[in-house]
Design a protein around this ligand. Structure first.
Ligand code: CDP
Length: 229
C-alpha cells in the first residue's frame, strides 16, 4: 500500500495537531508536530535564562543552544510521538503561554530553522508521515502528496485554545491568548525565512464552523483519491 506524506500548515491554534494526530492514527502513519520542536528550543531558552540575548546578542543565543538535543519518542499513553528535550519528555511544559509568547521570535532565527528542518526531514517517509507546522508544504516537504492549510477566525481559535488550557489546569485569560495568537500569526507570516504562506497546491480548510469529524471526512476523501491514483 502506498504511504503518503501529508503536510498540514496554518495559522496559530487552528487545530492542526488534533487533525494530524487523528489522521496518523487512522492510517498508521508517523505524526510529527514540528511546532513542538521550536517550542522545546524556546523552553530551553526560558529555563536557562538566555531569552534576553534575543534582543542584544543573537549569535551568543545560538551558541548557547549547542547543548540542546531534541528528538521524538512514540508514547503508548497518547499514541503520538512526544518531544524530548535533552532526554526529558517536555510535551506538557511546551504548551505554556510563556513558551507561546516567545516561540515565534525564536522560530524566526534562520540558524535554528535550518537545524529543525534537518531533523524534520530525517523522518522515515516510507512509513507514511503527517507533519504539521508553518513551512511543511513550502520548505520541509515541498513534494508532499497532500498539502492542507488550516484557518479559522481569531475568536474561534482563541476560544478553543482557552478552553484547552483551562481544561489542562492553566490559569490564563482569553484576552492574553487572543493577543498571543494574533501576534504569532503576524511574526510567522512576515519573517524573512520560511514565512507562513498558502502554497498554490494547498487545500485550504476554514474550520471556524466545522467539527473535527467534518474536517477528517473531507481529508479522508483527499487521501483516498491520492491512494487510488
Ligand atoms: O499549535 P499552535 O498553532 O499553537 O503552534 P505550534 O504548531 O505549536 O507552533 C508554535 C510556533 O512555532 C509557531 O507560532 C511558529 O512560530 C513556530 N513554528 C514554525 O515557525 N515552523 C513550524 N514548522 C512550526 C512551528
Amino acid at each position: 500500500m502506498k504511504k503518503l506524506t501529508i503536510a498540514i500548515d496554518g495559522y496559530a491554534s487552528t487545530g492542526k495537531s488534533s487533525i494530524a494526530k487523528k489522521i496518523a492514527i487512522k492510517y498508521g502513519y508517523i505524526y510529527i508536530n514540528s511546532g513542538s520542536m521550536y517550542r522545546a528550543v524556546t523552553l530551553f531558552a526560558i529555563e536557562n535564562k538566555i531569552l534576553g540575548l534575543l534582543n542584544d546578542n543573537i549569535d551568543l543565543f545560538i551558541e548557547k543552544l549547542n547543548r540542546i538535543s531534541i528528538n521524538f519518542r512514540f508514547s503508548e499513553n497518547n499514541l503520538i510521538s512526544n518531544v524530548f528535550l535533552n532526554n526529558r519528555n517536555v510535551e506538557k511544559d511546551i504548551g505554556s503561554l510563556e513558551v507561546s509568547n516567545y516561540v515565534s521570535k525564536v522560530a524566526a532565527i534562520p540558524e535554528i530553522r535550518k537545524e529543525m528542518v534537518k531533523l524534520q526531514r530525517n523522518v522515515d517517509r516510507g512509513k507514511g508521515v503527517v507533519m504539521d507546522g508553518r513551512d511543511i508544504g513550502s520548505v520541509v516537504f515541498p513534494d508532499a502528496d497532500i498539502k492542507l492549510f488550516l484557518t479559522a477566525s481569531d475568536a474561534v481559535r482563541a476560544s478553543r485554545r482557552f478552553e484547552e488550557m483551562i481544561n489542562n489546569g492553566s490559569s490564563v485569560s482569553y484576552d492574553d491568548i487572543l493577543n498571543n495568537i494574533r501576534n504569532r500569526d503576524k511574526i510567522d507570516s512576515s519573517r524573512s525565512d520560511s514565512p507562513l504562506i498558502i502554497e498554490k497546491d494547498a487545500v485550504v480548510i476554514d474550520n471556524s464552523n466545522m467539527s473535527i469529524d467534518e474536517q477528517i471526512n473531507q481529508i479522508n476523501i483527499l487521501i483516498n483519491y491520492k491512494l487510488a491514483n
